[in-house]
Design a protein around this ligand. Sequence first.
Ligand SMILES: [Ca+2]
Ligand SMILES: [Ca+2]
Ligand SMILES: [Ca+2]
Ligand SMILES: [Ca+2]
Length: 252
Amino acid sequence: MKKTLVICFAAYLILINTSANAAALEAEKSTGVIAIDGIANEKAWQSPPWHPIDQLILGKMPSAEDFTGRFKIIWDEKQLYLLVEITDDVLFDQHADPKHLYWDDDCIEIFIDEDASGGNHQFSYNAFAYHVALDNQAVDIGEKNADGSDNFVLLNDHLTSYWQRSESAPHKVVWEVALRVYDDSFNFNADDQHPVVLSLGKKLGFMLAYCDNDGSKEREHFIGSTDIKAVNGNKNLGYITADVFQRLTLVN
Ligand SMILES: [Ca+2]
Ligand SMILES: [Ca+2]
Ligand SMILES: [Ca+2]
Ligand SMILES: [Ca+2]
């Protein structure tokens, strides 16, 4: 009886664990060159499906005019490519310094865990949480400073980003990003850092989110691509642990 209980409990734990990652994603292989110019006219963008950015992480659920987002993802050996369509009524960049309170400015946030290991990445490069700002700069939390203080690092050479407003809908932004994937051996202070070569069948941890602020002191809402299981009522866990990311598989 005791053994059965243990087995049931173990099965329950596995169920909880997999449900957190339930929204698995696939990235199709790119069929040509993607110009990162905020214009989605490449043939490679036609066939992949859209994925919604509609899961509330922080704040109150916004109206469709306030925020709507969706994305496509494809890959080649060198990088992942994201096409992100955002409708946001007010674009807001209150802090000029790209490393100061960057999460309170409008930005897309790309979470990536090269080896799908999961686990804590807040002050390590076990996974990355790139906040890509309206000036196309990318910032994450690096390893702590020697005095124990937070160390925000610009990682602009990890990605290429460009967005522009849509001609057809003035509040719609078309955003293209090419993201080089770095593994957990990344060293911010070394010069000879290279992204991994991506290959068919590779599995990564991935999540996409948007920090929306329309003029408040702090961001008004934070919406992601997967439903995060709350811990003590808090779903804002992606910047701490890669356990809440989705599973992304590179397919043909
Ligand atoms: Ca393009
Ligand atoms: Ca908004
Ligand atoms: Ca990892
Ligand atoms: Ca906004």
